[in-house]
Every structure is written in C-alpha cells, then in structure tokens.
Design a protein around this ligand. Sequence first.
Ligand code: SF4
Length: 377
Amino acid sequence: MSFYDEISKLDVDKFRDLVDSRTDADVERALAKNGKKTVEDFAALISENARRHYLNVMTRMSEQITRRRFGHCVNMYLPLYLTNLCNNKCAYCGFSALNKFKRVVLTIDEIRDECEAIAKMGYQNILLVSGENDRRGGMDYFRQVLPVVKDYAAYLQMEVQPLFEEDYAELKTLGLDAVSVYQETYHPGFYKKVHLGGKKADMRWRMETPDRLGRAGIDKVGVGALLGLYDWRVDLCAVALHLLYMREHYWKTALSVSFPRMRPAAGGFQPTSPVSDAKLVQFICAFRIFDNELDLAISTRESAEFRDLIIPLGITAVSAGSSTEPGGYAHKGKALEQWTVNDSRSVGEVVSALESSGFDAVFHNASTTYFKASGAV
Ligand code: SF4
C-alpha cells in the first residue's frame, strides 16, 4: 500500500472545504497542541481565519521552534543543472518537450568545470537538477556524474526524474544523500491536464517515488507542490498528509519541504491560483508548527527583500548565486534557463544579509570563515 493508494481513496477537492471551514477555535486548538498534529490542524493553520487573526502568533511561534531546533544556522546549497533535455510535456515549464530550443546535456568535463566554479563560490552542498530523459540523462549518465561531483560535494542532493528503488540504492553507494521529488499538484484531474505527455504523465509513478526513496534508505526526501499551479488549499493539505504518511512508514528518513512559487518560464503558462507574499509567510510558519523537524528550503525564485524577511521565520536551507541554466556557472549564456531567478544577489551579498540578521551561513562542514578565506565574498 503506497501513498498513492492511500490518497486515491480521498476526494482531494474536499481539502478546500476543510480549510475554508476552519474556525478561530480550530486555529487555537492547532496552535496549542503539543505533539503530532493532524491534517485538520494543518488546514486550520493555512486557513483565512489563521491569516487574519493569528499570523503574528504563528510567525513568533515558528521562529521560536526553528531557533530551538536549528539554532541560528542556515544551510547553503546550490543547484547544478545537468541538462535541459526533457521528454515530458509539462504545460508550466520552460524545459517542456513542447518548447523548441537548443537542448544541452553537460559532458563530464563541463560538469567538472561547473563544480570548479561552484567550489570557488564556497559551496559543498550541491543539488543536481535535470530534465527527464532516461536515454541521455538516465542511470548510465548518473553513474558517471556522481563520482565527479562527489569530489566537490560534502552533501549531494538530486532533483531529477523518478527512478527505481534499486537505482536509488545504487546512487546512495555513490554518495547520494538527499532527493527531492515534487508532486507539482496532487489533484488527479488537474495533474492530467498539465502533464501532457512523457513519463511524468503517470501520476502513480511520480507519487510513489518518496516510497521508493524511503525503502532505498536515502537519508533525506523532499516533497512539495508547485504553488500557484492548482488550488493551494488542496495541494498543501495533500503535502501535509504525505508528510504524515512518510513519518509513519519511513521514520528513519529526514524530510524537507520547499515552497516553489510559479515563475515566468518559456511557454508563457500563467499560475491558476497565485500565492501572495502574506500567504507564503503563513504557509512556511504552518509547516514549521505542523512538523518541527522539517527542513524548509527557499530558492532564488523569491525576491531578495522577501527572502530576507522569511528566512528567520522558519527556513533552514537557501540557495544563492544560482543559475538555472545547464553550464551557467562556468559558461553562462549558452543554454536556456528553466525559470528566471528573482534574487540575483551574489553569494557574498546573501551571506552578509544573513550575518546582519544574526545567522551563520553553513556551507556544509565549511564555516563562513572558510568561505571568506576562499576569497569568494
Ligand atoms: S517540470 Fe521537469 S519534467 Fe516537466 S518539462 Fe520541466 S524539466 Fe521536464
């Protein structure tokens, strides 16, 4: 029985009513509850009533929980885009096979160049990202790529196509620490509508990936939805349910959640359910209060001002100086980027902003002191 089997028994659209029907008393009950919370509690925390009457309480509580659990450290990670080649036809993504542009698959030498450039920026926490192409960017490719990247990465994450359980187990032996696989939307009808072709159109295959990762013993698994794609009330409650399921079935696996809001991309797809800044603040706090142990990440999709505001509230991992273009660190401007970066500050500028708010930017086993000594600031 997988998570897909469990959620398939539900009408996920009912999450909308669940969120809308939460009262002030429900919010207060969720905030006062110690220990494990339910999806009903989570629904209360993301409700309109919570936003209108309890947002200050939520931000204070989220900040306190985060400092107690994670101190004043923020982990710095950097995405390394391996390829923009993709067989899938996701209506909302610039890399979709529907869009005509030059496709690039980085060679091993180009990956080494990227890693050198990334190392100069001070990073040891690298997130490998790719489109989905099993023939040119599948396991045979990853078997060559990981040993090279591992020479530079103390912590190695992937955000690539869903793989088989035995593939994940093999990649773990090559140094893989964490994998994120975002469901985009948990609504079956809408999922079908925006995934127009390719393997990603198989919702079960994608949604069962965290199960396969848990069974393969990958240390950390990231889940989430693409905010703005479908109704956030439905998708966020489904993410909360997914987290509860993962905690129950794979208790050794650490979990993370990201908050990707839709950004302009080639193809011109517009968000159907935009998420305002106030809502995103509320959602970050809601996840922190819902599950105190979660790693919460925010990327450069968000603006500098907004990131500076929300990082203290509950975020534990950020990227900075990112490129979403394959080869974009060593040879910028040769390929299409997946989405437009919104916070274009340098790593040094982000680190300075973190430090001025009293945080240590952690480059995995490398302190800020090392980072400064590298001359990258
Ligand atoms: S979202 Fe991912 S799978 Fe879909 S087209 Fe973009 S790169 Fe490919």
